[in-house]
Design a protein around this ligand. Structure first.
Ligand SMILES: N[C@@H](CCC[C@H](N)C(=O)O)C(=O)O
Length: 256
């Protein structure tokens, strides 16, 4: 079968995007997902995203990690909004459905502001924080993040959580509202250049543990700069927005 794909990236977190409104993508063949993401034998990506029709929303986003596990992806969500605009499904504002629920978003000159789910689950642990932001995130502060062994330590911590495990974010505070982040992603099983649900977890974790009083946080990552703004009411974080660039890279056809 010949498959048309679009490649997008958001702060270096890159995705193969497929317009599956015709429902022709063979979802049951999970090895195809890994093949498409393979950087040597496929297109190369941190995940695969399908856009499908939905009766009640502008579209439905389906996200797969390279190991074919399904979850939500923040940068993927931002890229999906840009892709929906390129396909002519939306103009500048949208309301769409994903595995973690509904999302609102707005796109202006390739900058996508994506409303994330409310964060109710924030667990303060001995030297870290765990937060659920559409997927599982461990947040830990370290010194000298530039030289920190993100892959080795991330892999160890990722498997210390019960199935499905957790993504692992290492953080260094740069000033009162700015935190540098490097993330080990489960499902990719490696460090990626950025993680949207990850920086969202970092922003709420830093606020919750009084590392910042700001509700608009700047998050430099390996692939660029992200921002997260939020409101906090009785320990629950709502009106959370993940903000950053989402860019089309190229399109093509691949035989699967
Ligand atoms: N890069 C993503 C997160 C993708 C999902 C993650 N690997 C998981 O399994 O939870 C993001 O931008 O949020």
């Amino acid at each position: 079968m010949n498959l048309m794909f679009f490649k997008y990236q958001g702060t270096g977190n890159d995705f193969v995007m497929i317009d599956n409104r015709t429902k022709t993508f063979p979802k049951e063949k999970t090895d195809i997902i890994s093949q498409l993401c393979d950087r040597h034998f496929g297109i190369g990506a941190d995940g695969v995203i399908l856009i499908e029709n939905d009766d009640d929303f502008d579209f439905k986003m389906i996200y797969y990690n390279p190991d074919a596990s399904e979850t939500f992806c923040g940068n993927g969500g931002r890229c999906t909004v840009a892709f929906a605009k390129q396909l002519g499904i939306i103009d500048s504002k949208t309301h769409f459905l994903a595995v973690d629920g509904e999302h609102f978003a707005e796109i202006n000159n390739s900058i996508v502001s994506l409303k994330m789910i409310d964060v109710e689950e924030i667990k303060i642990q001995e030297n870290s924080v765990f937060a659920y932001t559409g997927t599982q995130h461990h947040v830990e502060m370290v010194n000298e993040l530039k030289d920190f062994p993100v892959y080795e330590k991330g892999k160890e911590i990722r498997y210390s959580y019960a199935e499905p495990g957790s993504n692992v974010n290492f953080v260094e505070q740069l000033n009162n509202d700015t935190f540098k982040v490097r993330t080990y992603e489960k499902g990719v099983e490696n460090e990626t250049l950025a993680c949207g649900t990850g920086v969202t977890a970092v922003a709420v974790a830093m606020h919750k543990t009084n590392k910042t009083k700001s509700n608009h946080i700047y998050l430099p990552v390996e692939g660029g700069n992200l921002e997260v703004s939020f409101k906090e009411e009785n320990g629950i974080y709502n009106n959370i927005f993940l903000i950053g660039p989402a860019q089309f890279v190229f399109k093509g056809n691949i035989s699967i």
